[in-house]
Design a protein around this ligand. Structure first.
Ligand code: ZN
Ligand code: ZN
Length: 257
C-alpha cells in the first residue's frame, strides 16, 4: 500500500494543509486537504472518502470535490458515522451553502452517496477491508483500520484524545497514524478537548504494549504548526525512551507498507 500524506496540520496556511491521507491513489481518509493537494484527474480517480468525524478541518474540501465530480458526472462515495453524515449532509453537501450534491441530477445520478458506517462493523471498498473503531474526541469519531490486498494494514485514528485502551483491544496494527496536536505544556488542554500531545501519546503507546505486547511504528499528523519544534523534541525523547520509531508527517510525505 502506498500512503500519501496530503495534510499534516490542524490549521491551513500557504505552507500547511489540513488532515488527509491518500491510499493507493483511490481511497482518501479525511478531506481537509483533498482538492488543494490533488490534480483534477487525481480527484476523479478517487473511489471513496472515509471521514473520521464532522469537524470542519476534516471535511472542508468535500463540497469542492463534489463540484468537480458533479461537473464530470461521476458519483463519489463518502463513508462516515450516521451522525457525521447528518452533519455534513445538512450543512455542507445538501444545498444550504452550495448545490445539493445529494439529490439525483440530470444524469440520473447523485454526485455524493453518503454511506453510514457502524462501529466495529467491517466493510469492503475496492478490495480494502475496513473496520471503523470509536476513538475519544469532543464529537462522535472513529478511526479506521485499513487492510490492503497484500495483507498489509495500518490504523488511522483521526483526532483522538487519551483513552484508547478499548481501541487496542479491538485493533492490532504494525503502523499507527495518529494525531499529536500540541506540545506537552498543553496536556491539560489536550485531555479536555480530546487531543494528544507527546506525553499523552506515550501513555497510549504503553497501554498498547501492555495490551498487545508490542508498540507499533508511529507517524503523527494534525500538528499545530507553531508548536512543531517543541513537539518534535518531545516525540524524539519518547522514541528514545521506548526504543521505537516515531516520525512526524509533512505535506507530500509518502510511505510504502
Ligand atoms: Zn476534531
Ligand atoms: Zn481536527
Amino acid at each position: 500500500m502506498k500512503i500519501r500524506f496530503l495534510g499534516a496540520h490542524n490549521t491551513e496556511t500557504r505552507d500547511t494543509r489540513l488532515s488527509g491521507l491518500l491510499v493507493d491513489d483511490v481511497l482518501a481518509l479525511d478531506a481537509g486537504g483533498l482538492t488543494s493537494s490533488l490534480t483534477l484527474s487525481e480527484q476523479l480517480g478517487l473511489k471513496a472518502v472515509l471521514i473520521t468525524h464532522r469537524h470542519y478541518d476534516h471535511v472542508k474540501d468535500l463540497p469542492l470535490l463534489a463540484m468537480n465530480r458533479s461537473l464530470n458526472g461521476t458519483t463519489i462515495d463518502i463513508y462516515c458515522l450516521e451522525s457525521t453524515a447528518e452533519a455534513i449532509g445538512g450543512n455542507l453537501l445538501g444545498g444550504s451553502l452550495y448545490p445539493d450534491f445529494l439529490k439525483v441530477n440530470g444524469n440520473g445520478k447523485v454526485t455524493v452517496r453518503l454511506c453510514p458506517v457502524k462501529p466495529y462493523l467491517k466493510f469492503q471498498v475496492e478490495g480494502y477491508s475496513i473496520i471503523p473503531v470509536p476513538v475519544p474526541h469532543s464529537v462522535p469519531a472513529v478511526g479506521y483500520r485499513i487492510s490492503g490486498k497484500g495483507g498489509k494494514s495500518f490504523f488511522y485514528s483521526g483526532d483522538t484524545g487519551p483513552g484508547l485502551s478499548a481501541c487496542w483491544e479491538k485493533v492490532s496494527t504494525k503502523l499507527l497514524i495518529t494525531e499529536v496536536t500540541a506540545s506537552n505544556e498543553y496536556s491539560k488542554f489536550c485531555s479536555e478537548k480530546g487531543h494528544l500531545c507527546p506525553c499523552l501519546l506515550k501513555e497510549e503507546l504503553v497501554c498498547h504494549l501492555n495490551t498487545r505486547g508490542y508498540i507499533p511504528d508511529v507517524v503523527t499528523v494534525h500538528m499545530n504548526h507553531m508548536l512543531e519544534e517543541n513537539i518534535r523534541k518531545e516525540l524524539q525523547e519518547i522514541a528514545e525512551e521506548l526504543e521505537i520509531s516515531i516520525s512526524m508527517a509533512f505535506e507530500g510525505k509518502q510511505m510504502l507498507i
